[in-house]
Design a protein around this ligand. Structure first.
Ligand code: CP
Length: 308
C-alpha cells in the first residue's frame, strides 16, 4: 500500500492496520532524515499548515511544528487564548478564516470530543486530530506503538498494560485501538472508578492489582491523572492512589523480568511514577518524544500527498 485509506487523521478508530504499517515505514525514513546533519527535506514546500490549539500542549505542539518545518511546509501557529475566539468567534468561522489565507491542512487540539470530526465535515482542508478531549490522541498512540516496535522488534503478540486514569484518557483509547489493530494483548489497570464500564467490549482485560499487571506485561504505559477533567473525586487521596497504582523502583526491581516503561507526558513525578523509574534505563519516555517528530512527519507527508 502506498497511500493512506483516509483523508484526515481523526482517530485510530478510522485506520486500517495497513495504514499504521505505512505510517511506520514512512516514519523509519524520516527518522533517518532527522538524524542527518541536514535534518530537512523539501517535500512539502507547496503546503501550508495551521496548528490550532484550544488546549495547552508542550510535546504535541512543538513536535508537529518541528515535523512541518523539517518537511519545509509553511507553518501558522494559532493559540485560542490569544485569538478572537475570546471575542465569541465560532470554531467553523475561525477555521474558515484561517483557510481563506490558503491553508491546506489543520492540526487541531480541542477540549471537546469529536471536534476534529465536526470540523472535517464543515471545512475544506485535511484535519489532523492532535487530541480531542477524552476521545482520541491518534499521533500519540502511533508514536507509542512505533516506540514499542523499535524497542521490542514488533507490537504483535506483546503484552501491554495501560495504567491509571483510563476513563478520561484520550491516550488510553487511541492506544487500545492501535495496539489491538496490530495484534498486541492489552490490559488496563487502575482504580475501578477510573476504568470505563465498556472497556472490556474493546477486547481489553482488566486488572486492578498493579503487581499482577506488571508480572503479566512486557510494556507498562503509565498515565497521569487527568485532573483538568475530574469533576468529582475518583479516589480518596493522591497518596493512596500512588501507593496502589504508582510505579516505584522497589516494585520495578522486584519483578523477575525487565519491563519497558512508557509515559505520554506530562509526568507528575512522585504520583504515577517516581523519578528513579522515569529516568531509568527501562524507561523509553524520551525515545517516545523523539519518535513523535518522525511519526508526525510521516502522517503529514502521507495526508499531504492526498491533497496535492
Ligand atoms: N503527550 C502529550 O499530548 O503531551 P502535551 O499535552 O504536552 O502535548
Amino acid at each position: 500500500m502506498s497511500e493512506l485509506s483516509v483523508k484526515h487523521l481523526l482517530g485510530i478508530k478510522y485506520l486500517k492496520e495497513t495504514d499504521i504499517q505505512l505510517i511506520f515505514e514512512t516514519a523509519d525514513h524520516f527518522k533517518e532524515v532527522i538524524n542527518r546533519s541536514i535534518k530537512k527535506v523539501p517535500s512539502l514546500r507547496d503546503i501550508t499548515i495551521a496548528n490550532i490549539f484550544f488546549e495547552n500542549s508542550t510535546r504535541t505542539k512543538l513536535s508537529f511544528e518541528l515535523a512541518e518545518k523539517r518537511l519545509s511546509a509553511d507553518v501558522l501557529n494559532f493559540s485560542a487564548s490569544q485569538s478572537s475566539v475570546k471575542k465569541g468567534e465560532t470554531l467553523i468561522d475561525t477555521v474558515n478564516n484561517i483557510l481563506s489565507m490558503k491553508v491546506d491542512m489543520v492540526v487541531m487540539r480541542h477540549p471537546n470530543p469529536g471536534a476534529g470530526i465536526f470540523l472535517s465535515k464543515h471545512v475544506n482542508a485535511a484535519i489532523v486530530n492532535a487530541g480531542d478531549g477524552a476521545h482520541e490522541h491518534p499521533t500519540q498512540a502511533l508514536l507509542d506503538s512505533y516506540s514499542i516496535r523499535e524497542k521490542l522488534g514488533d507490537v504483535a503478540g506483546k503484552n501491554v498494560v495501560i495504567v491509571g486514569d483510563i476513563l478520561h484518557s484520550r491516550v488510553a483509547l487511541s492506544n487500545i485501538f492501535a495496539l489491538k489493530l496490530q495484534g498486541a494483548n492489552v490490559k488496563v489497570c487502575g482504580p475501578k472508578t477510573l476504568l470505563p464500564k465498556y472497556v472490556e467490549s474493546l477486547g481489553v482485560g482488566v486488572e486492578t492489582n498493579l503487581r499482577k499487571a506488571f508480572e503479566w506485561c512486557d510494556v507498562a504505559n503509565m498515565l497521569r491523572i487527568q485532573n483538568e477533567r475530574l469533576d468529582i473525586s475518583y479516589f480518596p487521596t493522591t497518596r493512596e492512589y500512588t501507593q496502589q497504582f504508582g510505579i516505584n523502583k522497589k516494585l520495578l526491581d522486584s519483578l523477575d523480568k525487565e519491563i519497558v516503561i512508557m509515559h505520554p507526558g506530562p509526568i507528575n513525578r512522585g504520583v504515577e511514577i517516581t523519578s528513579d523509574v522515569a529516568d531509568s534505563k527501562q524507561s523509553i519516555i524520551l525515545n517516545q518524544v523523539e519518535n513523535g517528530v518522525a511519526i508526525r512527519m510521516a502522517v503529514i507527508y502521507l495526508l499531504a500527498s492526498k491533497i496535492k
